[in-house]
Design a protein around this ligand. Structure first.
Ligand SMILES: C[S@@+](CC[C@H](N)C(=O)[O-])C[C@H]1O[C@@H](n2cnc3c(N)ncnc32)[C@H](O)[C@@H]1O
Length: 94
């Protein structure tokens, strides 16, 4: 097993970013589990007045799950991979 860190980890996600959404779509329950995890945060009142940090947001799958649970929160996605963020940026966000 190879442990990737720092630039090597970002480069690996950059490389995989084009296929990432298709990969997780083929993973049964991936999005449902993200949504369940987001609900379990128990953010009150749809997230009104809250700021939420999605650290390692990737292409935005976890961000979308947070948004579904807390549509009024101000959600910031952060990721070390420019490629993953570029994919996220092609999507429609409120
Ligand atoms: C398995 S993906 C998950 C992406 C997204 N949250 C999702 O649910 O599909 C992990 C993400 O974390 C990012 N990541 C890993 N370590 C990081 C770090 N130290 N700082 C910022 N992003 C990081 C990677 O670039 C990658 O996009």
């Amino acid at each position: 097993m190879t442990l990737l860190r720092g630039d090597a980890l970002s480069a690996a996600f950059d490389h995989g970013s084009a296929a990432y959404d298709r990969l997780v779509a083929a993973s049964p329950g991936y999005h449902a589990h993200l949504r369940r995890s987001a609900r379990r945060l128990g953010l009150p009142d749809g997230g009104r007045g809250l700021r939420v940090l999605d650290l390692g947001c990737g292409t935005g799958a976890s961000t979308a799950a947070l948004l579904a649970s807390a549509p009024y929160a101000r959600i910031t996605g952060v990721d070390a991979s420019a490629g993953m963020l570029e994919r996220a940026a092609t999507k429609s966000w409120p």
